[in-house]
Design a protein around this ligand. Sequence first.
Ligand code: URA
Length: 231
Amino acid sequence: MRLDKLISNSTSFTRSQAKFAIRGGKVKIDGVVAKNAAQQVTEESNVEYMGVAVNKVQPRYIMFNKPTGVVCANKDKDHTTVFDSLFLPRQDTLHVAGRLDIDTTGLVLITDDGQWLHRITSPKHNHKKVYLVELDSPITDNQIRILNEGVQLKKEKKRSLPAEIEVIEDQKIRMTISEGKYHQVKRMLAAVGNHVVTLHREKIAHIELDETLAEGEWRELTSAELELQVM
Ligand code: URA
C-alpha cells in the first residue's frame, strides 16, 4: 500500500496531513527518512512518525516541557492543551501523569499505558516531585521548619507529608514533595505565609526534564528512564 495511505489508515491524519509529514522528513521507514508519499510499504514495514511507530500499536511514554498558558487536559475550548503541541496520532488515548497548573512550567509525563500511569501517580508509591519555586518574599527558617514537618492544608483530612527545601537564593527554592494534591506547592507555601510567583517542575521520581528540550518540545522517554520507573 502507499505510504501516505498507511499513515492515514493507522492514525487520525488525513492523506494530505500524511503527505505534509512525509515532505517534512518526519516519517521514517525501517529507520530511513521517507521522501515519497507514493512509496510502497507493507504491514511488515516499520513506519515511524517523529520516532513513534504508527502502524504498530505500542505504548508511548513522552516527556514534555510545558510552557505557561498551556493546560494539561485532553480538550479545552479556551486554551491550548499539551496535546495540541504533540501532534501525535491516536492522541485521545494519551493521558497526563500528574497535571501542572496553567501557569506552571516544566516536566509533564504523558502515556497511553494505563498501568504505568497508575504506578507513577498512585499515592501508594509517593514518588518525589521536584519544583523550582520563585517566591514573593524571602523564605524564613521558620517557614522551612514548618514545611519540613508537613503542613495542614485547608479541606485536607491529613497533614501533608514533609517537604524538602533547598534554598538557592532568598526568594528562590527547590522544593521536593511526595504527594500530588491540587495546587499543592502553592497551597503549602501560602499556608506558611509565603506565595509562589513562578513554579517549574524539574523532576518526577528518577525522571528529570531534559535540558535540551525547549518549552513546548517533547521527546520519548529512554528505556533507562522507563526502567528506573518500574523499579
Ligand atoms: N503544585 C502546584 O501548586 N501547582 C502545580 O502546577 C504543581 C504543583
